[in-house]
Design a protein around this ligand. Structure first.
Ligand SMILES: *Cc1c(COP(=O)(O)O)cnc(C)c1O
Length: 360
Protein backbone atom coordinates (compact mmCIF):
# COMPACT_ATOMS: atom_id res chain seq x y z
CA UNK A 1 0.00 0.00 0.00
CA UNK A 2 1.27 3.46 -0.89
CA UNK A 3 -0.61 6.33 0.79
CA UNK A 4 -0.49 9.87 -0.54
CA UNK A 5 1.69 10.84 2.41
CA UNK A 6 3.39 9.43 5.51
CA UNK A 7 4.70 11.80 8.16
CA UNK A 8 8.47 12.02 8.59
CA UNK A 9 9.61 10.43 11.84
CA UNK A 10 13.15 10.92 13.15
CA UNK A 11 15.09 8.01 14.75
CA UNK A 12 13.20 7.33 17.99
CA UNK A 13 16.37 7.62 20.14
CA UNK A 14 16.70 11.26 19.11
CA UNK A 15 13.21 12.08 20.29
CA UNK A 16 13.59 10.05 23.50
CA UNK A 17 16.84 11.87 24.28
CA UNK A 18 15.29 15.32 24.14
CA UNK A 19 12.34 14.13 26.26
CA UNK A 20 14.70 13.32 29.16
CA UNK A 21 15.00 17.05 29.83
CA UNK A 22 11.22 17.43 29.83
CA UNK A 23 10.86 14.70 32.45
CA UNK A 24 13.55 16.36 34.58
CA UNK A 25 12.01 19.82 34.38
CA UNK A 26 8.39 18.62 34.61
CA UNK A 27 7.40 21.58 32.49
CA UNK A 28 5.05 20.54 29.71
CA UNK A 29 3.69 23.72 28.15
CA UNK A 30 3.18 27.50 28.52
CA UNK A 31 6.11 28.39 26.30
CA UNK A 32 8.70 26.23 28.00
CA UNK A 33 12.39 26.08 27.08
CA UNK A 34 11.90 23.74 24.10
CA UNK A 35 9.20 25.92 22.56
CA UNK A 36 11.52 28.93 22.93
CA UNK A 37 14.45 26.98 21.53
CA UNK A 38 12.37 25.94 18.52
CA UNK A 39 11.40 29.56 17.87
CA UNK A 40 15.07 30.64 17.93
CA UNK A 41 16.11 27.80 15.65
CA UNK A 42 13.30 28.41 13.17
CA UNK A 43 14.03 32.13 13.08
CA UNK A 44 17.62 31.30 12.16
CA UNK A 45 16.71 28.60 9.71
CA UNK A 46 14.06 30.62 7.90
CA UNK A 47 15.97 33.92 8.24
CA UNK A 48 12.97 35.91 9.42
CA UNK A 49 12.83 38.81 11.85
CA UNK A 50 10.09 37.68 14.24
CA UNK A 51 8.25 34.41 14.59
CA UNK A 52 5.93 32.77 17.09
CA UNK A 53 5.34 29.05 17.51
CA UNK A 54 1.61 28.39 17.97
CA UNK A 55 -0.90 25.56 18.28
CA UNK A 56 -1.52 24.95 14.58
CA UNK A 57 -1.80 26.67 11.22
CA UNK A 58 -5.50 27.41 11.69
CA UNK A 59 -4.99 29.21 15.00
CA UNK A 60 -2.14 31.10 13.33
CA UNK A 61 -4.58 32.42 10.69
CA UNK A 62 -7.18 33.32 13.33
CA UNK A 63 -4.59 35.21 15.35
CA UNK A 64 -3.41 37.06 12.24
CA UNK A 65 -6.94 38.19 11.31
CA UNK A 66 -7.63 39.19 14.92
CA UNK A 67 -4.43 41.13 15.55
CA UNK A 68 -4.86 43.16 12.35
CA UNK A 69 -8.37 43.96 13.56
CA UNK A 70 -9.86 43.03 10.19
CA UNK A 71 -13.51 43.73 9.55
CA UNK A 72 -15.89 43.43 6.61
CA UNK A 73 -14.63 41.73 3.47
CA UNK A 74 -11.41 39.82 2.97
CA UNK A 75 -10.33 38.97 -0.57
CA UNK A 76 -9.15 35.39 -0.82
CA UNK A 77 -8.66 32.35 -3.03
CA UNK A 78 -11.22 29.55 -3.59
CA UNK A 79 -8.36 27.13 -4.34
CA UNK A 80 -6.85 26.28 -0.94
CA UNK A 81 -7.40 24.14 2.14
CA UNK A 82 -10.69 24.90 3.90
CA UNK A 83 -8.97 26.62 6.86
CA UNK A 84 -8.03 29.59 4.65
CA UNK A 85 -11.73 30.39 4.23
CA UNK A 86 -13.17 29.05 7.48
CA UNK A 87 -10.91 31.24 9.64
CA UNK A 88 -12.20 34.34 7.81
CA UNK A 89 -15.79 33.33 8.59
CA UNK A 90 -14.85 32.27 12.15
CA UNK A 91 -13.47 35.75 12.79
CA UNK A 92 -16.73 37.32 11.65
CA UNK A 93 -15.49 38.56 8.29
CA UNK A 94 -16.82 37.84 4.79
CA UNK A 95 -14.65 36.00 2.28
CA UNK A 96 -14.73 37.51 -1.20
CA UNK A 97 -13.30 35.06 -3.69
CA UNK A 98 -11.18 35.91 -6.68
CA UNK A 99 -10.45 33.31 -9.34
CA UNK A 100 -7.00 31.76 -9.71
CA UNK A 101 -4.42 31.88 -12.47
CA UNK A 102 -4.50 28.63 -14.43
CA UNK A 103 -0.70 28.39 -14.67
CA UNK A 104 0.40 29.23 -11.13
CA UNK A 105 -2.83 28.04 -9.40
CA UNK A 106 -2.53 31.03 -7.05
CA UNK A 107 -5.01 33.88 -6.72
CA UNK A 108 -4.98 35.91 -9.95
CA UNK A 109 -3.54 39.24 -8.83
CA UNK A 110 -4.88 40.89 -12.00
CA UNK A 111 -8.44 40.20 -10.84
CA UNK A 112 -8.06 41.48 -7.27
CA UNK A 113 -8.74 45.17 -7.93
CA UNK A 114 -12.18 44.56 -9.44
CA UNK A 115 -13.22 42.71 -6.26
CA UNK A 116 -12.30 45.56 -3.92
CA UNK A 117 -15.22 47.46 -2.35
CA UNK A 118 -15.55 50.00 0.46
CA UNK A 119 -15.83 47.12 2.88
CA UNK A 120 -12.59 45.39 1.88
CA UNK A 121 -10.07 45.32 4.71
CA UNK A 122 -7.48 42.78 3.56
CA UNK A 123 -6.20 40.20 1.12
CA UNK A 124 -5.62 36.66 2.44
CA UNK A 125 -3.83 34.62 -0.21
CA UNK A 126 -2.33 31.13 -0.13
CA UNK A 127 1.05 30.22 -1.62
CA UNK A 128 -0.51 27.11 -3.17
CA UNK A 129 1.76 24.03 -2.99
CA UNK A 130 4.49 26.35 -1.71
CA UNK A 131 4.56 28.31 -4.96
CA UNK A 132 4.71 32.04 -4.10
CA UNK A 133 1.85 34.32 -5.14
CA UNK A 134 2.63 37.41 -7.18
CA UNK A 135 3.70 39.11 -3.95
CA UNK A 136 4.91 42.28 -5.61
CA UNK A 137 1.67 42.97 -7.43
CA UNK A 138 -0.38 42.13 -4.34
CA UNK A 139 1.80 44.49 -2.31
CA UNK A 140 1.22 47.32 -4.81
CA UNK A 141 -2.56 46.79 -4.73
CA UNK A 142 -2.58 46.66 -0.94
CA UNK A 143 -0.66 49.95 -0.69
CA UNK A 144 -2.91 51.65 -3.25
CA UNK A 145 -6.13 50.72 -1.41
CA UNK A 146 -4.70 50.69 2.10
CA UNK A 147 -5.39 46.99 2.69
CA UNK A 148 -3.65 44.53 5.00
CA UNK A 149 -2.09 41.38 3.55
CA UNK A 150 -1.93 37.95 5.17
CA UNK A 151 -0.27 35.03 3.42
CA UNK A 152 -1.30 31.50 4.26
CA UNK A 153 2.13 29.93 3.89
CA UNK A 154 1.08 26.52 5.23
CA UNK A 155 2.85 24.86 2.28
CA UNK A 156 5.69 27.33 1.88
CA UNK A 157 8.16 26.31 4.60
CA UNK A 158 11.69 27.26 3.55
CA UNK A 159 10.80 29.00 0.27
CA UNK A 160 12.77 32.12 -0.64
CA UNK A 161 12.44 34.81 -3.29
CA UNK A 162 15.73 36.44 -4.23
CA UNK A 163 17.31 35.27 -0.95
CA UNK A 164 14.45 36.64 1.16
CA UNK A 165 12.08 34.34 3.04
CA UNK A 166 8.61 34.16 1.51
CA UNK A 167 7.31 34.64 5.08
CA UNK A 168 8.67 38.20 5.11
CA UNK A 169 6.04 39.33 2.60
CA UNK A 170 2.71 40.81 3.63
CA UNK A 171 1.85 42.10 7.10
CA UNK A 172 1.73 38.58 8.54
CA UNK A 173 2.54 35.16 7.11
CA UNK A 174 1.43 31.92 8.69
CA UNK A 175 2.67 28.37 8.37
CA UNK A 176 1.40 24.96 9.43
CA UNK A 177 3.65 22.39 11.07
CA UNK A 178 1.02 19.65 10.90
CA UNK A 179 2.24 16.06 10.58
CA UNK A 180 1.28 15.90 6.89
CA UNK A 181 3.33 18.98 6.00
CA UNK A 182 6.87 18.73 4.70
CA UNK A 183 8.37 19.90 8.01
CA UNK A 184 6.29 19.23 11.11
CA UNK A 185 6.01 19.19 14.91
CA UNK A 186 3.03 16.76 14.93
CA UNK A 187 0.63 19.68 15.38
CA UNK A 188 1.96 23.21 15.18
CA UNK A 189 1.91 26.51 13.40
CA UNK A 190 3.89 29.70 12.91
CA UNK A 191 3.02 33.37 12.80
CA UNK A 192 5.67 35.52 11.13
CA UNK A 193 5.80 39.31 11.00
CA UNK A 194 8.38 42.02 10.42
CA UNK A 195 6.61 44.33 12.88
CA UNK A 196 7.76 44.40 16.51
CA UNK A 197 4.42 45.95 17.49
CA UNK A 198 2.41 43.13 15.90
CA UNK A 199 4.78 40.57 17.43
CA UNK A 200 4.13 41.90 20.93
CA UNK A 201 0.36 41.83 20.38
CA UNK A 202 0.42 38.35 18.84
CA UNK A 203 2.43 37.12 21.78
CA UNK A 204 -0.17 38.53 24.18
CA UNK A 205 -3.11 37.14 22.15
CA UNK A 206 -1.46 33.71 22.15
CA UNK A 207 -1.62 33.72 25.95
CA UNK A 208 -5.27 34.75 26.57
CA UNK A 209 -4.39 38.46 26.37
CA UNK A 210 -2.90 38.24 29.87
CA UNK A 211 -0.36 41.01 30.49
CA UNK A 212 0.68 40.18 34.05
CA UNK A 213 -0.53 38.12 37.01
CA UNK A 214 -3.39 40.42 37.72
CA UNK A 215 -4.23 42.19 34.47
CA UNK A 216 -5.57 41.56 31.00
CA UNK A 217 -4.48 43.70 28.11
CA UNK A 218 -6.84 42.49 25.37
CA UNK A 219 -9.02 39.70 24.01
CA UNK A 220 -6.91 36.59 23.62
CA UNK A 221 -6.97 32.89 22.93
CA UNK A 222 -4.92 29.82 23.88
CA UNK A 223 -2.48 29.64 20.97
CA UNK A 224 0.37 28.00 22.89
CA UNK A 225 1.99 24.74 21.93
CA UNK A 226 3.50 22.03 24.14
CA UNK A 227 7.05 20.98 24.93
CA UNK A 228 6.45 17.55 23.39
CA UNK A 229 5.43 19.13 20.09
CA UNK A 230 8.33 21.57 20.17
CA UNK A 231 10.67 18.62 20.85
CA UNK A 232 9.53 16.94 17.63
CA UNK A 233 10.04 20.22 15.77
CA UNK A 234 13.60 20.58 17.10
CA UNK A 235 14.56 17.01 16.24
CA UNK A 236 12.99 17.17 12.78
CA UNK A 237 14.78 20.41 11.99
CA UNK A 238 18.08 18.51 12.23
CA UNK A 239 16.86 16.41 9.30
CA UNK A 240 15.47 19.16 7.10
CA UNK A 241 18.25 19.11 4.49
CA UNK A 242 17.87 15.38 4.09
CA UNK A 243 14.06 15.69 3.84
CA UNK A 244 14.37 18.42 1.18
CA UNK A 245 16.90 16.47 -0.85
CA UNK A 246 14.78 13.33 -0.83
CA UNK A 247 11.64 15.18 -1.93
CA UNK A 248 13.57 16.91 -4.69
CA UNK A 249 14.88 13.59 -6.05
CA UNK A 250 11.44 11.96 -5.99
CA UNK A 251 9.79 14.98 -7.63
CA UNK A 252 12.39 15.12 -10.36
CA UNK A 253 11.89 11.43 -11.01
CA UNK A 254 8.16 12.02 -11.46
CA UNK A 255 8.95 14.94 -13.83
CA UNK A 256 11.20 12.72 -15.85
CA UNK A 257 8.94 9.67 -16.05
CA UNK A 258 5.73 11.62 -16.66
CA UNK A 259 7.11 13.94 -19.32
CA UNK A 260 4.87 12.29 -21.97
CA UNK A 261 1.76 12.18 -19.81
CA UNK A 262 -1.13 14.46 -20.73
CA UNK A 263 -0.83 16.80 -17.78
CA UNK A 264 1.01 19.93 -16.74
CA UNK A 265 2.75 21.06 -13.58
CA UNK A 266 1.98 24.40 -11.90
CA UNK A 267 4.28 27.14 -13.15
CA UNK A 268 6.60 28.04 -10.30
CA UNK A 269 7.45 31.67 -9.42
CA UNK A 270 10.53 32.40 -11.55
CA UNK A 271 12.58 33.93 -8.73
CA UNK A 272 11.67 31.48 -5.97
CA UNK A 273 13.31 28.38 -4.57
CA UNK A 274 11.29 25.16 -4.67
CA UNK A 275 10.44 23.18 -1.52
CA UNK A 276 8.58 20.15 -3.01
CA UNK A 277 5.74 19.89 -0.44
CA UNK A 278 3.38 18.01 -2.82
CA UNK A 279 3.46 16.54 -6.30
CA UNK A 280 0.40 18.00 -8.07
CA UNK A 281 -0.37 17.46 -11.74
CA UNK A 282 -3.17 19.09 -13.73
CA UNK A 283 -4.46 16.35 -16.04
CA UNK A 284 -5.90 17.05 -19.52
CA UNK A 285 -9.46 16.20 -18.54
CA UNK A 286 -11.43 14.90 -15.56
CA UNK A 287 -12.26 11.64 -17.29
CA UNK A 288 -8.58 10.76 -17.63
CA UNK A 289 -8.00 11.81 -14.00
CA UNK A 290 -10.73 9.47 -12.78
CA UNK A 291 -9.30 6.60 -14.80
CA UNK A 292 -5.80 7.21 -13.48
CA UNK A 293 -7.07 7.47 -9.93
CA UNK A 294 -9.12 4.27 -10.27
CA UNK A 295 -6.19 2.34 -11.70
CA UNK A 296 -3.93 3.51 -8.87
CA UNK A 297 -6.61 2.75 -6.26
CA UNK A 298 -6.87 -0.77 -7.65
CA UNK A 299 -3.15 -1.17 -7.00
CA UNK A 300 -3.49 0.29 -3.49
CA UNK A 301 -1.76 3.50 -4.43
CA UNK A 302 -3.61 6.45 -3.00
CA UNK A 303 -3.67 9.90 -4.53
CA UNK A 304 -5.59 12.95 -3.40
CA UNK A 305 -7.77 15.41 -5.29
CA UNK A 306 -6.19 18.34 -3.48
CA UNK A 307 -7.89 20.88 -3.69
CA UNK A 308 -11.23 19.59 -4.79
CA UNK A 309 -13.96 20.77 -4.69
CA UNK A 310 -13.60 24.55 -4.97
CA UNK A 311 -14.14 26.34 -1.63
CA UNK A 312 -16.39 28.87 -3.38
CA UNK A 313 -18.92 26.25 -4.44
CA UNK A 314 -18.85 23.65 -1.65
CA UNK A 315 -19.06 25.24 1.81
CA UNK A 316 -22.47 24.84 3.47
CA UNK A 317 -22.08 28.14 5.31
CA UNK A 318 -21.52 30.24 2.18
CA UNK A 319 -23.57 30.92 -0.93
CA UNK A 320 -22.27 28.77 -3.73
CA UNK A 321 -20.32 30.61 -6.43
CA UNK A 322 -18.67 29.28 -9.53
CA UNK A 323 -15.31 30.51 -10.73
CA UNK A 324 -14.44 29.23 -14.15
CA UNK A 325 -10.75 28.50 -13.70
CA UNK A 326 -11.00 27.20 -10.14
CA UNK A 327 -13.86 24.85 -11.06
CA UNK A 328 -11.92 23.56 -14.04
CA UNK A 329 -8.56 23.12 -12.28
CA UNK A 330 -10.02 21.59 -9.12
CA UNK A 331 -11.64 18.88 -11.23
CA UNK A 332 -8.36 18.07 -12.99
CA UNK A 333 -5.73 18.34 -10.29
CA UNK A 334 -4.30 15.27 -8.60
CA UNK A 335 -1.57 15.03 -5.94
CA UNK A 336 0.59 11.94 -6.31
CA UNK A 337 2.26 10.20 -3.35
CA UNK A 338 5.25 12.14 -2.01
CA UNK A 339 6.94 11.50 1.32
CA UNK A 340 10.37 10.86 2.78
CA UNK A 341 10.09 7.07 2.87
CA UNK A 342 8.84 6.75 -0.71
CA UNK A 343 11.41 5.11 -3.01
CA UNK A 344 12.47 5.85 -6.59
CA UNK A 345 11.30 2.33 -7.53
CA UNK A 346 7.84 3.09 -6.16
CA UNK A 347 7.72 6.34 -8.15
CA UNK A 348 8.65 4.38 -11.27
CA UNK A 349 5.86 1.90 -10.60
CA UNK A 350 3.31 4.69 -10.02
CA UNK A 351 4.35 6.35 -13.28
CA UNK A 352 4.08 3.08 -15.22
CA UNK A 353 0.53 2.61 -13.94
CA UNK A 354 -0.38 6.18 -14.89
CA UNK A 355 1.07 5.91 -18.39
CA UNK A 356 -0.64 2.58 -18.95
CA UNK A 357 -4.04 4.28 -18.50
CA UNK A 358 -3.15 6.93 -21.04
CA UNK A 359 -1.93 4.40 -23.56
CA UNK A 360 -4.96 2.13 -23.29
C1 LIG B 1 -2.70 22.51 6.49
C2 LIG B 1 -3.22 23.83 6.06
C3 LIG B 1 -3.78 24.75 6.96
C4 LIG B 1 -4.12 24.41 8.38
O1 LIG B 1 -3.06 24.05 9.16
P1 LIG B 1 -3.30 23.18 10.48
O2 LIG B 1 -1.93 23.19 11.11
O3 LIG B 1 -3.71 21.83 10.04
O4 LIG B 1 -4.31 23.86 11.30
C5 LIG B 1 -4.15 26.01 6.49
N1 LIG B 1 -3.98 26.34 5.21
C6 LIG B 1 -3.46 25.48 4.30
C7 LIG B 1 -3.29 25.94 2.88
C8 LIG B 1 -3.10 24.19 4.69
O5 LIG B 1 -2.63 23.33 3.78
Amino acid sequence: MIPVTIPFLPPQEEYNKILEGVWKRKRLTNMGPLASELEMKLKDHLEVKHLLYVTNGTTALQMAIKVLNLKGEIITTPFSFVATTSTIVWEGCTPVFVDINSETLNIDADKIEEAITEKTSAILATHVYGNPCDVEKIDRIAKKYNLKVIYDGAHAFGVKIKDKSIFEYGDISTCSLHATKLYHSIEGGLVVTKSAVLLQKLSSIRNFGISSHDSFQELGINGKNSELHAAMGIVNLNHIDDINEKRKQLSERYDDKLSDFKAYRPKWHHQATINYPYYPIVIDNEELLLKVKANLDLNEIFTRRYFYPSLASSLPYLNSQFFEITEDISKRVLCLPLYYDLTIEEVDMICRLILRVQNN
